[in-house]
Design a protein around this ligand. Structure first.
Ligand code: AN7
Length: 382
């Protein structure tokens, strides 16, 4: 007898809205179904009446939202007979590709910028057994090479230019609507290649529309076959807000950026792959792009851990950093509901976290004596 109530991943859960058949062998690690946590303390600190939820995507199997897209991309690659996948990555895509390839029994090749990915992500790619190519270049160089080599070698690209990636990632929007009962007023995400913001918009549009035809230009991938695509919008849709790191902000500059820099290495991307689609998302949803500095990103990351007990990686904190600015300026008015996607787990980047806390009062080195432990307690009660 099968165990009937087991959660078996997002493809199984949203099978009717994804491009799979009953015969498809699903490659899953139980991704999706991540917590939507209501913030209690930060809205009070801001002194604003806003209802903020964080979608903690760092609790996916490899620690980021990439698993949603990768379960679909690898499932379809295997179905189509592929024996190897390839991606360029700032770290999280490579971790997910490596894990799902291992699960499927195929080879993963990953191109990562030498020295510019967080330690946890490098450990993942290596442990899962991906052939890891560190290139003397950035993500954008890697992406160009991946596209070129895919024409000359038997490998399937699993970057978000692969249409199945966004199909998997759209399911985060489904989960949010199901949990809240409707879409939030604003949905804020960090933006690198802009695949995820596009995928969320596809998800919101599909869910909010009646049956019929294709509703959104951003949803170029479904070819009008979305189960929920339709002309009539029956539910609400959020304004989509995309935050970029100031040193890697092509959407703010209005053109590609050749030498992107930011401490949030996950979004150190100057040539976004979903450029046109993301602009369409903004136009259709009435949302906007904004930028945040590295200092603001780190402050937001610290705030989330210290005041809410939620540890995300720096890139993810861009969504909170940006939302705080837009709430404080009134651009996001009081009375609004917001969902912020926390795209990756804080454990991915221990170096940045430790560097941020080094020398701070919370890290004490003491003798192994009762006296010193007692003093540390009495001196440091909140
Ligand atoms: C934590 O892993 O592009 O705007 O190669 O890892 O959909 O690109 C990572 C992107 C946000 C940006 N937050 O998402 C990669 C990669 C985290 C990320 C993004 C990424 P997109």
């Amino acid at each position: 007898m099968p165990f009937r109530n087991r959660y078996t991943g997002l493809i199984d859960r949203y099978r009717d809205r994804l491009p799979v058949s009953d015969d498809t062998r699903i490659i899953s690690l139980g991704e999706g179904n991540t917590p939507l946590i209501r913030l209690h303390n930060i809205p009070k600190l801001l002194g604003k009446q806003v209802d903020i939820y964080v979608k903690y995507e760092g609790l996916n199997p490899t620690g980021s939202f990439k698993d949603r897209g990768m379960t679909m991309a690898v499932t379809k690659a295997v179905e189509e007979g592929s024996k190897a996948i390839i991606c360029a990555s700032t770290g999280n895509t490579s971790a997910a590709a490596a894990a799902y390839a291992a699960r499927a029994g195929i080879t993963a090749f990953v191109l990562i910028p030498d020295g510019k990915i967080a330690m946890g992500k490098l450990a993942q790619a290596m442990m899962y057994g991906a052939i890891t190519l560190q290139i003397k270049g950035n993500f954008d160089d890697g992406m160009r090479l991946v596209k070129e080599v895919a024409g000359e070698a038997p490998v399937t690209i699993v970057n978000s230019v692969n249409p199945y990636r966004l199909q998997g990632q759209k399911t985060a929007a489904f989960e949010i609507i199901e949990e809240l009962g409707r879409a939030p007023d604003y949905h804020c995400l960090p933006v690198g290649n802009a695949g995820n913001i596009t995928a969320h918009w596809i998800g919101y549009c599909e869910y909010s529309s009646a049956s019929g035809e294709h509703v959104t230009e951003a949803c170029a991938y479904c070819n009008g076959k979305c189960a929920y695509a339709g002309g009539a919008i029956v539910g609400n849709r959020p304004k989509m807000v995309g935050y970029q790191a100031a040193g890697s902000a092509p959407f703010l500059r209005g053109h590609m950026v050749d030498h992107p820099e930011t401490i949030a290495t996950a979004i150190r991307i100057g040539h976004p792959q979903s450029w046109d689609r993301a602009w369409n998302v903004m136009e259709e949803s009435g949302g906007w792009f904004a930028e945040v500095t590295d200092a603001e990103i780190l402050a937001a990351q610290k705030m989330l851990t210290q005041y809410e007990g939620v540890f995300c990686e720096p890139a993810s904190a861009a969504s909170l950093a940006g939302a705080i600015k837009d709430i404080q300026s009134g651009k996001i008015p009081e009375g609004s509901s917001l969902v912020l996607t926390l795209t990756g787990n804080g454990l991915k980047d221990p170096d940045t976290a430790i560097a941020q806390c080094q020398g701070k009062a919370t890290l004490l080195t003491i003798d192994a004596t009762l006296d010193q432990v007692k003093r540390a307690i009495l001196d440091n009660m909140r």
